[in-house]
Design a protein around this ligand. Structure first.
Ligand SMILES: [Zn+2]
Length: 211
């Protein structure tokens, strides 16, 4: 989820408060890397929150040569790194290249589809195979305009032993509730709790991230 540190419209505290109202055990704030010019202030803001455990994560864009918008070294202090593509072109190769970066745990909105726009061209089978091999999870983005991975892709991921992460991608408190759409999408793809990264409790989740 995003906060005022990048393009969200609510503060980290507000996101955390509402997530705790919704009964979440922990949350991951994953603001866009290019907005975080003072990582220490970001980490301190996450640490100050008392209602709920907060992982200080980051979403980093994958560039056209498969590199990330910030060097790997600058990512190592974040609890969680999501790599994703935000512009068209050469998607399959870029996604596969991103998985080779050690700090990356999750690939965000893997096909980049936005409902109502032309379907991006991605070799999803190769992407899922690559993710399973690299031990990187693929996101089911719960934004109703994305739902990416979609149900049939989830099925493929589950069959290939690739973990999925059901993320709200919330840019506001209210959007935290979008996660239901991601859960429905994952269920349509026959995912069970054990296939989903963030069904784990905080300790199990942290252990998976550090592995
Ligand atoms: Zn994104």
């Amino acid at each position: 989820m995003h906060s005022l540190f990048s393009d969200g419209i609510d503060s980290m505290e507000q996101m955390a408060e509402y997530a705790s109202v919704l009964g979440r055990e922990y949350i991951a704030i994953t603001d866009h890397a290019r907005y975080i010019d003072d990582p220490d202030a970001y980490f301190r803001a996450a640490e100050r929150i008392e209602e709920i455990d907060v992982l200080a994560g980051v979403e980093v864009s994958i560039l056209h040569d498969g590199s990330l918008e910030v060097p790997d070294g600058a990512l190592k202090d974040f609890d969680l790194v999501i790599a994703s593509i935000h512009d068209p072109g050469n998607l399959t190769e870029r996604l596969l290249a991103a998985m080779d970066h050690d700090p990356v745990s999750i690939i965000g909105h893997p096909t980049g589809r936005v409902l109502g726009s032309p379907e991006p061209v991605v070799d999803i089978e190769r992407v899922i195979e690559g993710a399973a091999e690299a031990g990187v999870a693929l996101e089911v983005n719960s934004n109703p305009l994305r739902l990416d991975l979609r149900d049939t892709h989830v099925k493929m991921a589950v069959d290939m032993g690739c973990k999925i992460a059901i993320n709200s991608d919330a840019h506001s408190r209210g959007a935290l509730e979008n996660i239901s759409w991601g859960v429905i999408t994952a269920r349509r793809g026959w995912a069970e709790a054990g296939d989903v990264l963030n069904t784990m409790g905080l300790r199990g989740f942290m252990k998976w991230l550090r592995r």
